[in-house]
Design a protein around this ligand. Structure first.
Ligand SMILES: *[C@@H]1O[C@H](CO)[C@@H](O)[C@H](O)[C@H]1NC(C)=O
Ligand SMILES: *[C@@H]1O[C@H](CO)[C@@H](O)[C@H](O)[C@H]1NC(C)=O
Ligand SMILES: *[C@@H]1O[C@H](CO)[C@@H](O)[C@H](O)[C@H]1NC(C)=O
Ligand SMILES: *[C@@H]1O[C@H](CO)[C@@H](O)[C@H](O)[C@H]1NC(C)=O
Ligand SMILES: *[C@@H]1O[C@H](CO)[C@@H](O)[C@H](O)[C@H]1NC(C)=O
Ligand SMILES: *[C@@H]1O[C@H](CO)[C@@H](O)[C@H](O)[C@H]1NC(C)=O
Length: 441
């Protein structure tokens, strides 16, 4: 029942056949409105769950707290779900550190005595539509038989652990990791044959630590900007979804190599080595990563760029006493994306556009999981000093980079699910429009 999926090349050769397929598809759509043949899952899953859970006679397996707010307008591809405000959500959180074992030690803020709980009780409200709160059963149904990779640093792992906790209402995964290295975890949801994996690659490209001390005592890294980190690129070909991200590690001192030659650095303090800034390295790393994805022979997955999530150190740098002590989200008119946050975000968008265009030529889909604006507004969501006991000596003593679990990062799963729901419609529309273009010649 997936006549158009992944068959572009063979269809190109045979336009009359394509017309027949479209006709049959449209006929099926009209005849069996409850089943969306291109998507492989029933259409009711695409619809707002509100109708089901609002009816008192229906008892859903995941309880009433997933009831959605009365939708003024459900999110569609015409509404930018990434632009909006945080609004109170008394029903949150949807898990705790006692119901979910997947919370990373340093993000278990309640365990380490965080006194306030307000920061867990918000949901994202896009301008002009509603973003449904994550529905674990629906998510697992959509990803049945699929696989999802999280490629990046500890914030990427933070996202996956949040997703595991949100899904724990329905099922816990089993550990199917192929290595004892905690940086490369694989989890399988057996009932749904769904696999998730993390790949540790904070710089995306090949690196080594040139000097564990370095100019700012935060390590000096050598980045080989035209060579990928094999730990992930050799592994992702089989994945259906690849969520890629990078960010905070680029703030540290770095040396940049291209063609095996030192071409410059970021704050390396080495005589006669040009400071090319971190932006140079950030752009090159993404370009190399996207190019490599686009040249993977057997890759058919959807690549999602999870955009930069700003940190919120105030009154000092991360290693100079800066901290994040706010207790409420910002409203969107109280702050703005600027400085380094803005630069890094813009570089991501630019490199994404290039990759997307390249991808289109060979039928690969690139999507933006645009978390930047929402997270900019959450200075209250970080562990701060509640990621460890007060007497513990840890590198990131005041952690204003990662996100407490439960916490605002749970919203990334709301975004993700909404994107997966829209994806089916979006790729169908893209296929129709590319068909339409062909018909005009
Ligand atoms: C969970 O958080 C509570 C405080 O809310 C804390 O007392 C408890 O130790 C934590 N449990 C685990 C397993 O982290
Ligand atoms: C599980 O999913 C994988 C793809 O991720 C597929 O190759 C395999 O056949 C599936 N197994 C079952 C039992 O459905
Ligand atoms: C290194 O430390 C200096 C002085 O504190 C600061 O101005 C600079 O931004 C730091 N650079 C990096 C890359 O951490
Ligand atoms: C840096 O460049 C200057 C001028 O070209 C040269 O005199 C000096 O020896 C160089 N220093 C190093 C460490 O290479
Ligand atoms: C931001 O908008 C809210 C609601 O529209 C308003 O009450 C508040 O005064 C505004 N704040 C600033 C700093 O403009
Ligand atoms: C914390 O640990 C670092 C390195 O392990 C050490 O250099 C430093 O002195 C320690 N600080 C305290 C207050 O124990």
């Amino acid at each position: 029942m997936e006549p158009l999926q992944g068959r572009k090349t063979s269809l190109k050769k045979n336009t009359p056949l394509l017309v027949l397929f479209i006709t049959i598809t449209l006929f099926l759509l009209a005849t069996f409105p409850l089943y969306y043949p291109l998507l492989g899952y029933p259409l009711y899953l695409l619809h707002n769950h509100a109708k089901l859970s609002a009816s008192p006679s229906s008892s859903s397996s995941y309880g009433d707290d997933y009831e959605e707010p009365l939708a003024i307008r459900p999110a569609t591809d015409k509404c930018d779900i990434f632009s909006g405000e945080w609004v109170p959500n008394p029903q949150a959180p949807y898990y705790t550190n006692t119901t979910c074992w997947a919370i990373h030690e340093h993000q278990n803020c309640m365990k380490y005595g965080r006194p306030d709980a307000e920061f867990m009780k918000w949901r994202w409200k896009p301008d002009g539509c509603e973003l449904p709160v994550f529905n674990p059963a629906q998510f697992l149904e959509i990803v049945r038989g699929k696989s999802m990779a999280f490629v990046g640093d500890s914030v990427s792992r933070n996202q996956m652990q949040s997703l595991i906790c949100l899904l724990s209402r329905v099922e816990y995964p089993i550990d199917v990791s192929y290595t004892p290295d905690e940086h490369f975890k694989r989890w399988k949801y057996t009932t749904y044959n769904f696999t998730m994996a993390t790949f540790w690659t904070p710089h995306l490209v090949k690196t080594n630590e040139a000097d564990p001390d370095g100019p700012n005592h935060t390590g000096l890294y050598s980045l080989f900007l035209d060579q990928l980190n094999d730990d992930w690129i050799t592994q992702i070909e089989e994945f259906d979804y690849v969520i890629i991200s990078a960010g905070h590690w680029f703030l540290r001192p770095m040396k940049f190599y291209e063609n095996q030659k030192l071409i410059g650095c970021h704050f390396c303090q080495i005589e006669n080595v040009t400071d090319l800034t971190m932006y140079y390295g950030y752009r090159r790393a993404f370009r190399t990563a996207f190019r490599a994805i686009n040249s993977l022979k057997n890759y058919k997955g959807i690549t999602l760029l999870r955009t930069y999530a700003p940190s919120h150190f105030e009154n000092g740098l991360w290693n100079k006493g800066g901290n994040c002590v706010r207790k409420r989200p910002f409203r969107s008119n109280e702050t703005a994306l600027e400085g380094a946050n803005m630069e890094l975000y813009m570089i991501q968008l630019e490199e994404f556009k290039i990759a997307e265009k390249l991808g289109q030529k060979r039928g690969l889909r690139f999507r933006l999981l645009d978390t930047t604006q929402a997270m900019l507004l959450r200075p209250d969501g970080h562990p701060s000093t509640y990621g460890h006991w007060p007497h513990e000596n840890v590198t990131l003593y005041n952690d204003c980079v990662h996100w407490c679990l439960p916490g605002p990062i749970d919203t990334w799963s709301d975004f993700l699910l909404q994107m997966l729901k829209m994806e089916a419609i979006r790729s169908f529309e893209e296929k129709l429009s590319s068909f339409d273009r062909k018909m005009r010649f």
